[in-house]
Design a binder for this molecule. Structure first.
Ligand code: ADP
Ligand code: MG
Length: 325
């Protein structure tokens, strides 16, 4: 791209600094120093226009979300983020768009003291790939595979808000502003993830819908679970916007929550609650890990049914609004 260097210069000026970045943007590669006694945790995610965010999304919200979804993955591992790279593909070299994008992206980076240390800039349909790097004390990272029979299943925050906003926006082209905020500016649960290290046996971030993501824990851990539908944490805005059946469908199958779902022994419930208080996020106990494989749902009346593990499927749904949506 002819003006690629202008764009990179704009990014470089605002990239943030850290002592462990020995060399940042501007050379062929970055040089980074991992603290002694720690493991490096790396995650990457791509957001494509029309698939992962509606085309009308404000550039600053795209910037926030592109970073938030990556931080959420580190949160699920219990890692403290440190560095990121940004691969930006855009239809034209648009400095105004870039500045607005960076406003959102770097606001969240600053909140977590993450330095932007490199990336790539190319031309094409709008697509953003962020890679984030963080640390955990040696061998302390949480995984999907550690759930134990008898563990409680927990989830942070509230579920279904982002899916509700997307649904409202498709159907009536406006969404409740608090729900819309949950869709556009998710809060990665970094603090909670850090405090859950050594307490939770397994952890995942809820990005594709609760059933799909808890299914990954169950598969990786070779266990099953039963969830209580009455325990799903629900925002007031969601409860007011949809009837109970639709609300539960959004909470189980909708995506984009970016909450943490994790399991921990019942004996450690008070420590889980304390982790929630220390990180200022609500945590709710929603079920129990069982020996029987599969996922069962207990409704408010007490009847139990096998769950269909539907989540957000990138290849059959998009964020384009239309009659078929
Ligand atoms: P090279 O051809 O050696 O890969 P580039 O021109 O692609 O060099 O990049 C020059 C420098 O700018 C590198 O340090 C690269 O990491 C950084 N960079 C390029 N694009 C971005 C971006 N979108 N965000 C952050 N850093 C970037
Ligand atoms: Mg390059």
């Amino acid at each position: 791209m002819d003006v690629e260097f202008d764009l990179i210069a704009r990014i470089r000026e605002r990239a943030g600094k850290r002592d462990d970045v020995l060399l940042g943007i501007g050379d062929d590669a970055a040089i980074l120093r991992v603290p002694v006694g720690h493991d490096l945790v790396v995650s990457t995610d791509t957001l494509n226009i029309g698939v992962h965010f509606p085309p009308e999304t404000a550039p600053s919200d795209i910037g926030w979300k592109a970073f938030a979804v990556n931080l959420s993955d580190l949160a699920a591992m219990g890692a403290t983020p440190a560095w990121c790279t940004l691969n930006l593909t855009m239809p034209e070299a648009n400095a105004i768009w870039l500045d607005a994008f960076l406003d959102g992206f770097l606001a969240l980076a600053a909140q977590h003291r993450v330095a932007l240390v490199g990336g790539d800039t190319t031309r094409g349909p709008l697509s953003i790939t962020v890679t984030v790097h963080g640390f955990v004390p040696r061998d302390a990272a949480m995984r999907r595979s550690g759930a134990q029979v008898g563990d409680d299943v927990w989830v942070s925050g509230t579920l279904g808000d982002a899916a509700a906003a997307l649904r409202q926006w498709r159907d009536v082209s406006v969404a409740n502003s608090i729900l819309r905020q949950r869709l556009d500016r998710p809060t990665p649960r970094i603090g909670l993830g850090v405090f859950l290290r050594g307490i939770a046996n397994a952890c995942i971030d809820v990005s594709d819908g609760l059933l799909a993501d808890i299914g990954h824990i169950l598969d990786a851990s070779r266990v099953g679970a039963e969830l209580e539908l009455a325990s799903l944490p629900t925002s007031l805005e969601l409860a007011n916007a949809f009837d109970a059946a639709m609300r539960i469908a959004l909470q189980l199958g909708g995506g984009d929550d970016y909450e943490l779902c994790f399991t921990a022994p019942p004996a450690r419930a008070h420590e889980v609650l304390r982790a929630g208080r220390r990180s200022r996020v609500a945590v709710a106990r929603i079920g129990r890990v069982e020996r029987d494989p599969g996922l069962r749902l207990r409704d408010a009346a007490g009847s139990v049914s096998e769950a269909r593990r539907t989540g957000y499927r990138h290849f059959d749904e998009t964020c384009e609004r239309g009659d078929s949506a």
